[in-house]
Ligand binder design. Structure first.
Ligand code: HEC
Length: 653
């Protein structure tokens, strides 16, 4: 019996050891940046060294690995490291990288799913991958310089370098597999029998919790998880979208922040699903919970709304790209209202991908109205996010007049349909205690250079009063690939409060804190978005273009929306000065060195022209820069001057 088992294990290892194709994955590195293996399809080779903290062989091989990278610099070879260790965390990997001078990404395989599928056994192994076929052309030691507890000054055989040369030349590698010296990796689940995972008791309920809201008859998911047979058929595809973090569509770095509406899979859930799929997606015993599942969506989940707004009806073609719709409807309410909640009911759940809804005040200038920016943001709908209920005793005040404004994104489904969606608003009976306020960290002056793969744009919003931050919405277009919000305290300390390392334009998510974040006066909310304007970005409409700000998806935005309440504000005694907020927003994108004031160099041309004579006068504290208060006083003076001009003009007439 024992012998048979050993023989079987040996056979398994033998099959594993054969040259294999490497399946795609997305993993985050020691800094929390996302890496998609197949993104590098145009590289001439991809080289991965298996890393593990505290392994002397890895540490001693680092200089050779860096030398290998330098040797192939300029030949389009991409170098990475991969850590599948059970015992290592992002923070300890970062510490090891800093201590040993590792200046390349170490992909952290937290779930061990990638390492398992590569049949990794030891660290220090080097994989040389041919991106033309995704075959692993070579796996083994980097060279023969090290054995356990011994190392030579010079290697006599350079296995990895030779293998890379072979791949570049389109030749086969002589010996494709070699034994590696390195530290054994403990794969906790390698010897577990995953065929025992129960479809009926474990898998189906998990899918119901995380996927079925979209993957149902009449849902936006392209196929319905309506039976075991459907799920089994799509199982390999499910494995792929989980490994590449496409599904479920929730893109926040799980190590940062805790979110009220978190839709992600935990590591354990991802392992369970993928292990079950890799075990052949066995049916097992028990009734099929996904059969005859009916999703009952009561009309208005929060009850009958106080105002129902019917959006225009749109005909959605069978295929192609439907450009975003931006309908604007007059606000016909004859008095101001305090909104406490909003719900969206999509007309056709199959095509309505997302809807953003808000309003624009009557007093807002036309140019800003046309910019697609909301004055009052109400809800961002996506399946699973039907309603937005504001924090207790807060509200959004909507004055009479102005417009309700929307952004609709439709995805064609292979046949023509029409959609008439509705939004329901709920009002407070009486004035709530506080304002639920919203603003945006933005920069309408962005310029994204052509062919740049990772271009960053940064802006901030400065707080001069204590506040609570409730939620964050990063937004960019086809070229946006990652976004971050960092809170910088008055003492200069920095905390990342949201990171979306693999932003996906398809999914406009609101990330709502479980515990609102306290903001001290003198803090800055810093928002960064990275854009991939290279040809390697499959969503890039034109890599040759210098991309400006614009509402259309072929233009770009640096746009980080946030909601907050002022700690010392009440709705009876508002403390927000809108003109000051506008100045704050403006300084936040012009102040490139983020020192809190605009130097002469930082001023845009139009302001320079205006201030040729007056810079010193506006700079009342004479520190060589214009801060928010100085600019605010300047704009206040010119507003007053303008209004007294028009007063005297009227009097003269
Ligand atoms: C919020 C809605 C939503 C949720 C939740 C969701 N999906 Fe999806 N899924 C979609 C949409 C829409 C697509 C179509 C492609 C796209 O937009 O990315 C899709 C595509 C897929 C595909 C690929 C089909 C293809 O070939 O493109 C698979 C497989 C899949 N989802 C599996 C899952 C699994 C597994 C879960 C749960 C763990 C899940 N989805 C959760 C909406 C969702």
């Amino acid at each position: 019996m024992l012998r048979i088992t050993t023989l079987f294990a040996g056979l398994l290892l033998a099959t594993f050891a054969q040259a294999e194709r490497i399946d795609n994955f997305v993993l985050l590195d020691q800094h929390g940046d996302a890496h998609n293996l197949y993104y590098h399809k145009d590289k001439s080779a991809i080289v991965v060294m298996i890393q593990g903290n505290g392994c002397p062989i890895v540490r001693n091989a680092l200089s050779d690995y860096k030398a290998l990278r330098d040797q192939y610099a300029g030949q389009g070879v991409h170098f990475l490291m991969l850590n599948s260790n059970l015992q290592d965390q992002r923070s300890t990997i970062l510490a090891e990288a800093e201590k040993y001078g590792i200046d390349m990404p170490i992909l952290h395989d937290e779930s061990q799913l990638v390492g398992e599928s590569l049949s990794l056994i030891r660290t220090a192994e080097v994989l040389v991958i041919d991106p033309k076929t995704w075959d692993i052309a070579y796996r083994g030691p980097i060279n023969d310089r090290q054995v356990y507890e011994r190392q030579k000054a010079q290697a006599s055989n350079h296995f990895a370098a030779d293998a890379i040369a072979n791949v570049l030349a389109g030749e086969a590698v002589d010996v494709a597999n070699r034994d590696t010296m390195g530290c054994l990796i403990n794969f906790a689940q390698r010897n577990v029998d995953h065929a025992q995972i129960s479809y009926a008791d474990t898998i189906a309920p998990l899918l119901q919790e995380k996927c079925v809201v979209c993957h149902t008859e009449g849902g936006i998911g392209p196929w319905a998880m309506s039976s075991y047979e459907m799920v089994r058929g799509f199982a390999p595809m499910m494995r792929e979208v989980i490994r590449t973090k496409r599904m479920p569509p929730w893109h926040a770095d799980p190590h940062i922040g805790a979110w009220k509406n978190d839709k992600s899979l935990s590591i354990e859930q991802a392992q369970t699903l993928v292990h079950w799929i890799e075990a052949g997606a066995p049916r097992g015993l028990g009734e099929d919970p996904l059969k005859n599942l009916t999703i009952t969506q009561s009309e208005w989940p929060l009850g009958e709304p106080d105002l129902i707004i019917d959006l225009p009806t749109y005909d959605i073609p069978a295929s192609g790209v439907v450009e975003y719709k931006f309908p604007r409807l007059a606000n016909t309410l004859d008095q101001g209202v305090w909104v406490k909640a909003a719900t969206v009911i999509p007309g056709n759940r199959e095509v309505v991908h997302h809807i953003l809804a808000g309003s624009i005040d009557a007093t807002t200038a036309q140019a800003k109205r046309d910019s697609g920016v909301f004055d009052n943001y109400l809800i961002g709908y996506a399946p699973g996010n039907e309603s937005n209920v504001f924090p207790q005793d807060t509200g959004v005040y909507i004055a009479p007049g102005g417009e309700f404004t929307f952004q609709l994104h439709y995805t064609p489904i292979g046949r023509e349909v029409t959609d008439s969606s509705r939004i329901g608003l709920y009002f407070h009976d009486k004035q709530p205690g506080n304002f639920y306020r919203q603003s945006v960290v933005m920069d309408p002056t962005i310029e994204i250079p052509p062919n740049e793969a990772r271009h960053a744009e940064v802006a901030y919003y400065a707080f001069d009063k204590p506040a609570l931050l409730h939620d964050l919405v990063p937004h960019s277009h086809y070229r946006g690939v990652a976004s971050k919000f960092v809170l910088q305290g008055p003492d200069g300390s920095r905390e990342t409060v949201l990171s979306v390392p693999n932003y996906d334009f398809n999914w406009q998510r609101t990330y709502t804190f479980v515990e609102p974040k306290r903001i001290e006066p003198g803090s800055k909310l810093i928002h960064t978005t990275w854009y991939d304007n290279s040809a390697a970005n499959p969503g890039n409409p034109d890599p040759e273009r210098t991309v400006p700000w614009g509402l259309q998806s072929w233009d770009e935005m640096l746009y980080g929306a946030f909601s907050y309440t002022f700690v010392d504000e009440t709705s009876e005694a508002p403390i927000l000065d809108k003109a000051l907020a506008d100045t704050t927003q403006m300084v936040g994108f012009m102040d490139k060195d983020m020192d809190g004031k605009l130097s002469w160099q930082e001023l845009p041309g139009s302001l320079k022209r205006r201030l040729v004579q007056g810079f010193k006068m506006v700079d009342t504290n004479a520190d060589g820069g214009l801060d928010i208060n100085e600019l605010y006083s300047m704009s206040k003076r010119s507003r007053e001057a303008r209004s007294s001009d028009s007063d005297s003009g009227a009097g003269g007439g």
